[in-house]
Write a protein that binds this ligand. Structure first.
Ligand code: ATP
Length: 198
């Protein structure tokens, strides 16, 4: 089974592309969603987070208190890198176990911070989704009802497209939605061929 990653900057269309592969029956692991789950349900990760940030980052019912955590990490960059240093390895372990339990020719892990976290090194193939930065900002503003400044701040915490492309095996250009499906179809065929070759 080939381990494939999809990454790209905020608003590039990773989730949109991943859904097109899912429609073909390819299993998708959404690292951002899974990270949120693991922060509440992975005992080891939860106890590491409590050790570093205190019990107040969890609600009494045991679920993560996102607001409390966000107010700590977004005011202090060193705290952001501490939490990433705990969450990324937990997601990497969990993602590897997930890949190993898949039965299809290939499976896909989708993550925004794939290269930043180093998890692309565990993959066989990396797909980078790109779109022009102005277009990405417009999409995220619309989707999240966010200001330009808020979107730009999030972009600053990520690599640039040029830095991502250095690691790409395949690139999907998502500037034009009408040209997206045919790129996904072609890449799907290519990945099936690769998996046959072993
Ligand atoms: P994030 O990193 O924030 O999770 P993402 O890379 O997963 O973003 P999507 O959520 O797939 O990006 O897309 C961002 C928004 O842009 C969504 O509202 C989506 O419907 C829209 N979108 C995606 N592709 C296009 C496109 N080609 N044209 C116009 N809108 C698009």
């Amino acid at each position: 089974m080939i381990k494939v990653g999809i990454t790209g900057g905020i608003g590039s269309g990773k989730t949109t592309v991943a859904k097109m592969f899912a429609a073909k029956g390819i299993p998708i692991y959404n690292a951002d969603m899974r990270a949120k789950y693991l922060m509440t349900y992975d005992k080891k990760l939860k106890s590491q987070i409590i050790t570093k940030f205190g019990k107040q980052v969890y609600h009494r019912n045991g679920r993560l208190n996102r607001k409390a955590l966000a107010s700590i990490i977004f005011n202090d960059k060193s705290k952001l890198s501490i939490i990433n240093g705990l969450v990324h390895p937990a997601v990497a372990r969990d993602g590897m176990a997930w890949f190993n339990s898949q039965k299809t020719s290939y499976a896909i892990k989708e993550a925004a911070l794939m290269i930043e976290s180093g998890s692309h090194e565990e993959l066989d193939i990396l797909i980078v989704v790109t779109a022009d930065i102005d277009e990405r900002i417009k999409r995220v503003q619309k989707r999240d009802k966010a200001s330009i400044k808020e979107v730009e701040d999030r972009i600053k915490n990520q690599l640039s497209d040029a830095e991502r492309l250095v690691h790409a095996d395949y690139v999907i250009d998502n500037n034009d939605f009408d040209l997206l499906q045919e790129q996904v179809d072609a890449l799907h065929e290519e990945l099936l061929m690769l998996s046959l070759r072993g």
